[in-house]
Design a protein around this ligand. Structure first.
Ligand SMILES: O=C(O)C(=O)C[C@]1(C(=O)O)C=C[C@@H](O)C=C1
Length: 376
């Protein structure tokens, strides 16, 4: 058996050769970038990459090494691509063309904000936290109406709930952001301490129905599972409180904020019925203007990919190589597109950073339906 020291000497020599060859290969990549810049040919050439993997793996015998060769060359080509993007991206900066950097968001006495629901809704709380008590605003019936009002210029900003610490992503919101010409410019977290509320004199043993938004019902599941009440889904927690007040019926209760209870003259029958102690909802603030604050810290993007081995890995590598850290990822199957998936990703950073721009340029060139949802 050879001594480990000897074997390692061989490995070191081989590695040095690999590094020199790698440098040579990257020089070729640089030339390819020049060529592609001149001809407008896209950097990513999927067919060429597939052919290369096929040719190279054919020359290798054992299955394990075949797989290894494939992995190694996929990586090499992906590094080559990212190098090319970094050489070309500033001149072709999609971000620079699409988004404007601002010192701060324009908020003044003419500014109009829209949120879904009625006074007492958590959305209203988010609005007050972000814009202050005196902001001029109006309400909309559905989440969709909020986005449409912003898209059509009827409001300067709109507020939408996006995720909750105990119930997860609020369904449908990402799709609304994707399908309208709006951009996320801010976010606000609201602590949602749900209370069980009802009219004065409500006896819990006589209650038959509880009203709330589906998220409210979900966030209080543990408490509600102990009861036999019908759980009625309603548009908004504040709408639920108002309904119970309007019906003036002591067999009905609602899950809402204490603030809504107070507003509609209801009693708090039980405080904090949510099962997670720290129940928070994150809201996004969107505007029609494609803008980002120069101190914004989170970039949100979306795109779609086919369900193929390595397709997501390939895309996430753009973040890794540009030292961009990912903070959130959501995926869902795309309607009417079998085996294709939509992804929503948040990363830490600002659109004015070269690493972020490089990563986004590369991703944009290699996915379908790319959209920067915002930087906030
Ligand atoms: O041949 C090209 O067009 C290249 O850009 C080089 C290269 C590679 O590294 O081999 C990189 C990116 C393409 O997707 C295909 C191949």
């Amino acid at each position: 058996m050879r001594d480990l020291v000897d074997i390692r000497k061989d490995i070191d020599q081989i590695d040095q050769k690999i590094v020199r060859l790698f440098e040579e290969r990257m020089q070729c990549s640089e030339e390819v970038a020049e060529y592609k810049k001149g001809t407008g040919k896209p950097i990513y050439d999927r067919k060429r990459e597939q052919e290369k993997i096929e040719t190279l793996t054919k020359e290798v015998g054992p299955e394990f090494l075949k797989k290894g060769t494939e992995e190694l060359f996929l990586q090499l080509m992906s590094i080559g691509r990212r190098y090319q993007y970094s050489l070309l991206s500033e001149e072709d900066s999609y971000v620079r063309k699409k988004f404007k950097q601002v010192d701060r968001l324009e908020i003044n006495s003419d500014t109009k904000v829209v949120y879904q629901g009625i006074p007492g809704a958590y959305q209203e709380q988010a609005m007050v936290q972000f814009f202050g008590e005196d902001i001029s605003h109006f309400t909309a019936e559905e989440f969709k109406d909020v986005v449409v009002a912003v898209d059509e210029g009827k409001a300067d900003y709109g507020i939408l709930p996006i995720e909750n610490t105990s119930a997860g992503t609020v369904s449908g919101i990402y799709d609304l952001l994707l399908n309208h010409d709006v951009c996320v410019v801010g976010e606000e977290t609201v602590e949602c301490n749900h209370a069980l509320v009802g009219i004065r004199g409500t006896d819990l043993s006589k209650v038959t129905k509880v009203y709330s938004h589906p998220q409210g019902l979900m966030q209080c599941k543990e408490f509600l599972d102990e009861t036999k009440w019908d759980q009625v889904r309603i548009r908004n927690t504040a709408v639920a409180a108002k309904k119970v007040a309007d019906d003036n019926d002591c067999t009905k209760v609602a899950i809402s904020s204490e603030r809504a209870a107070k507003l509609y003259g209801l009693d708090v029958l039980k405080e904090k019925v949510n099962f997670e102690g720290n129940n928070c909802t994150r809201f996004v603030v969107m505007s029609k203007k494609k803008q980002y604050r120069k101190d914004a810290k989170k970039v949100s993007i979306s795109f779609s990919l086919p369900h193929e081995t390595g397709s997501l890995y390939n895309i996430l590598a753009h973040f890794m190589f540009n030292d961009v850290s990912m903070t959130n990822i959501e995926s869902r199957p795309l309607p009417n597109r079998q085996w294709e998936y939509g992804f929503y990703i948040d990363v830490a950073g600002n659109l004015n950073e070269p690493g972020i721009r490089n990563a986004l340029t590369g991703i944009r060139a290699e996915v379908k339906d790319f959209k920067i949802l915002g930087n906030f």
